[in-house]
Design a binder for this molecule. Structure first.
Ligand code: ISE
Length: 333
């Protein structure tokens, strides 16, 4: 029997997740859809033969929904994740886990109360073949202990993103991937403001962030969300006896008219298409076999939110900020 998925929020990301869960991922079907845009909900539901729910809470409670994917607006995540926990249903929530730290803590408490891990957070880069190769190289030990990471995270645009979102909505991916690659927590954040691009629409863009891990690894991140030329993510991990670099995954290089060129993706969806597919397939497989949390957990979502919040404090104050996390709940020890 396929896992019956309800999707809450079928905008850009939710509609893509619904397509993957219906047409690409094996062992799943989308049986229910909810979105505040009723027309969009009907369009997506019709494409996959799903039912439309006006109330996402009824979708979550429905006995023909086995698991829930949340891709609605950030402020709604906490309410819907808590409802899934109350219903005992596995949930994959697009980042962020909640709009603020208190919301993340309420989710951790509710999951602890439920007595089992049910919450997965959509940090899909953990499934990207390039990042998986970096992790295998680090874990293999051949290049020694990590010392530093140099990261670039560029969106094409448009301008107008609130500056804090460069941290909470974009650099949060580097925060999670650094924690995952290093198997370490981040304990301090510093934010630098270079000259802002005239194309940024009043945002402080780019930003340079420097994170320090508890074991002393430095992670620098350039976030530039009006880069214009395309979407590009780079990561070089520097270790005692070597480095490993995540470069453009473009499959081909063109040579013509005296030039050599590679395509640059327009945004994160084509760049991380394989990561999204693997993330959803792993989630569905886990739901089907009773171990639904194989990717980033609610703890990871909380820790990333805590570091991002410290980053916003560092942005606003111009001073380094420390990150202090709760003791890990029993479910995450
Ligand atoms: C967007 O919300 C995402 O989550 C993408 O993965 C990230 O690369 C982009 O910068 C964000 O705006």
């Amino acid at each position: 029997m396929p896992v019956r998925i309800g999707v809450i929020g079928v905008g850009v990301m939710g509609a893509e997740h619904a397509r993957l869960l219906s047409r690409v991922v094996s062992g799943s079907e989308v049986t229910a859809v909810a979105d505040f845009d009723a027309e969009q909900a009907r369009t997506v539901a019709k494409a996959y033969g799903a039912r439309v729910f006006d109330d996402p809470l009824q979708l979550i409670a429905d006995d023909r929904v086995d698991a829930v994917l949340i891709a609605s607006s950030d402020p709604t995540h906490e309410q819907f994740v808590l409802a899934c926990l109350a219903a005992g249903k596995p949930v994959l929530c697009e980042k962020p886990l909640a709009a603020d730290l208190d919301g993340c803590l309420r989710i951790l408490d509710a999951e602890q109360e439920a007595g089992r891990r049910l919450v997965t957070v959509g940090f899909m880069r953990r499934y990207d073949p390039g990042y998986l190769d970096i992790k295998a190289t680090v874990d293999g030990g051949d290049i020694g202990r990590p010392l530093a990471m140099h990261c670039v995270h560029r969106n094409a645009g448009p301008g107008g993103t609130p500056t804090a979102m460069l941290i909470t909505g974009s650099a949060v991916h580097e925060i999670d991937i650094a924690r995952w690659l290093l198997r370490d927590e981040i304990d301090t954040v510093t934010v630098h403001r270079p000259r802002a691009s005239a194309r940024s629409g009043g945002t402080q863009d780019p930003l340079f962030l420097v994170f320090s891990s508890a074991e002393g690894v430095l992670i620098d991140v350039e976030v530039f969300v009006t880069a214009g030329y395309g979407y590009e993510v780079r990561c070089e991990l520097v270790a005692e006896a070597g480095t490993v670099l995540l470069d453009s995954p473009a499959p081909t290089v063109r040579r013509s008219a005296g030039r050599r060129s590679r395509d640059v993706p327009a945004d994160w969806r084509p760049r991380f298409a394989e990561a999204y597919r693997r993330e959803l397939q792993d989630w569905v497989d886990g739901v089907a076999t009773g171990d639904p949390v194989r990717g980033a957990s609610a703890w990871d979502g909380y820790a990333a939110t805590a570091v991002a919040a410290a980053g916003v404090r560092a942005l606003d104050s111009g001073l380094p900020q420390t990150v202090s996390l709760l003791d890990r709940p029993e479910l995450y020890r």
